[in-house]
Write a protein that binds this ligand. Sequence first.
Ligand code: AKB
Length: 316
Amino acid sequence: MTERIVVLGSNGQIGTELVTALRRSYGENNVVACDIRRPDYDIKNAGPFEFVNVLEKDTLNTIFKKYKPTQVYLLAALLSATGEQNPKLAWDLNMNGLLNILDLALVYKTAKVYWPSSIAVFGPGSPKEHTPQFCVMDPNTVYGISKLAGERWCEYYHQKYGLDVRSIRYPGIISWKAAPGGGTTDYAIHIFHEALKKQSYSSFLSADTELPMMYMDDAVRGTIELMDAESSKLNIRSSYNFAGVSFTPEVLAAEIKKHIPDFKLSYTEHDPRQNIANGWPKSIDDSYAVNDWAWKPKFDLATMTADMLENLKNTK
Ligand code: AKB
């Protein structure tokens, strides 16, 4: 069967690279990129593109009717830091966008739906080290609250209506192609740009703030592997814990210094993102992903850092 794939939120940090990877596997014309904004790179020229606001049900209905997708990826969201600046909009977009897609997927009998969750579903009461799949979850950002509620909706639609929804709790994703989207983990991308440009960076997170992270290549591969997995093997229908590497700003800076010896890291105090990071896990136990769909990251801190710097150098 030919897959027809619709990606909503295709211009974001993950969408940009996911669309390219999906088009490589399934063919350019079988992957429809959709976003509220015009793409400023060649996604538009490499296959179909549609302007879509995931809060506009009529437009979404037209897209489902026109393309009859077999798979839908819903990536449009407001992340942790920007969400705190506009909590009601974050709730509306993150929650009603998801409900619109789940409902249309039932109407149009979409075979599989992908929706990303985040480590933001955990909170100050969750275990910090090797945070398990099931534990206390008390998110204290509107982003985390909406992701946790969204996970419950995904499982509900699966159990009640048999919808094949799949999801991953992304850590901070590190990449060089598209800019990050307003998250708490964004420092770990800015640092590379500034290291190459100015040999210095002021981190908005403190030296010892350890957070789970992952290189984009792993994140995209893992996402497609989950979508390709046999449905009967998947025991988690809320969202899978998903681990790559964990590090602090200090440890990342030390790795960058191996390539740029003059690099200097300083710290900005009293940034609201510090408070968000303080409530998040340091590392993740992803044994369900490992057991159910053989998840294994390829990049560690050293290979990720080398690859980031190499690619960014070539784009300057
Ligand atoms: C954020 O920092 O908000 C995101 C995330 C971890 O989901 N990168």
